[in-house]
Design a protein around this ligand. Structure first.
Ligand SMILES: CC(C)(COP(=O)(O)OP(=O)(O)OC[C@H]1O[C@@H](n2cnc3c(N)ncnc32)[C@H](O)[C@@H]1OP(=O)(O)O)[C@@H](O)C(=O)NCCC(=O)NCCSC(=O)/C(=C/c1ccccc1)CC(=O)O
Length: 256
């Protein structure tokens, strides 16, 4: 399978599985990912996802340039039907954690930028190198990178195609944690399990408030987040959370 999915304890583990090609995205991988993200978004048993790459060298190096299919229709038809090929499928209120285990290049870094948490192994490298292959970081890279790291760093990366190291990524805030390669999967699992043990509607509302609020004037963001708080106030899970606290036991959340 070009992409593997395992679901355990409310966590979907999504692994790009073409290590021989640096987990680059061939048409089969893209089709698998489309199905997998649809499942993650709609399966009530899944509360959070972890995206990583198989092997120790690469998270994902973007489009498989050796297998990129020849277009069969004009760009207008594709664009107006699908928009971006992968990232819309990652748009959901359930959190996605990128566990970046090596090169995150081109579309690979762009997928990581679409995730909510980014953690990396110490051997990871990050780049939007599309200018070197006569393309453009068209999966949001030109928009997301300058919003994720300082403008001067983003422009250097975008215009020169130069990569940065895991330590630099940590310094610029592109990732939250850098660990030895052997510790990455465990760290991803521990963050995912913490998120999965929290109230699912609360987690999703919090992501929505943070993501949508970022592009609102502060006053609007505050009002919007208060409305979301009100939406959660009447949930069964909130009653259960408060009750369990009083009874000194772990809450049992149902997403209701
Ligand atoms: C990452 C590297 C610097 C690693 O170099 P290294 O020397 O360590 O390893 P290699 O020998 O180069 O790689 C091993 C093996 O993997 C194959 N490989 C690696 N990456 C790719 C790839 N992207 N496509 C196909 N094959 C790949 C490599 O050929 C080797 O195979 P072998 O010869 O052994 O059979 C280095 O690998 C590197 O620079 N890779 C390319 C990174 C890159 O340029 N990525 C950008 C691709 S373009 C893109 O992602 C786009 C996304 C997009 C935008 C908009 C809409 C949709 C998609 C743009 C686009 O598609 O136009």
């Amino acid at each position: 399978m070009p992409v593997m999915l395992e679901v355990s304890n409310h966590v979907a583990y999504v692994t790009l599985n073409r290590p021989e090609a640096m987990n680059s995205l061939d048409p089969e991988s893209t089709a698998d990912l489309t199905e997998i993200w649809a499942r993650v978004r709609t399966d009530p048993d899944i509360r959070v996802a972890v995206l990583t790459g198989a092997g120790e060298k690469a998270f994902c190096t973007g489009t498989d340039m050796k297998k990129a299919p020849t277009p069969t229709e004009c760009m207008a038809a594709t664009y107006l039907r699908d928009g971006q090929p992968i990232l819309p499928h990652m748009k959901m209120w359930k959190p996605i954690i990128a566990a970046i285990n090596g090169y995150a290049v081109g579309g690979g870094l762009e997928m990581a930028l679409a995730c909510d948490l980014r953690i990396a192994s110490s051997n990871a490298k990050f780049g939007l190198t599309e200018v070197k292959v006569a393309s453009l970081a068209g999966l949001n890279g030109t928009q997301a990178l300058p919003r994720a790291v300082p403008q001067a760093v983003a422009m250097k990366m975008l215009l020169t195609g130069e990569m940065i190291t895991a330590d630099e990524a940590l310094r610029y805030g592109l990732v939250s944690d850098v660990v030895e390669p052997s510790g990455l999967a465990d760290l991803a699992k521990s963050y995912a399990e913490k998120i999965a043990s929290a109230a699912p509607l609360s987690v999703q509302a919090t992501k929505q408030a943070a993501i949508l609020g970022k592009d609102m004037p502060l006053e609007h963001g505050i009002l919007y987040s208060h409305l979301l708080w009100g939406v959660l106030r009447d949930t069964e899970d909130r009653k259960e959370g408060f009750k369990a606290f009083g009874e000194r036991r772990a809450p049992e959340f149902r997403g209701a």
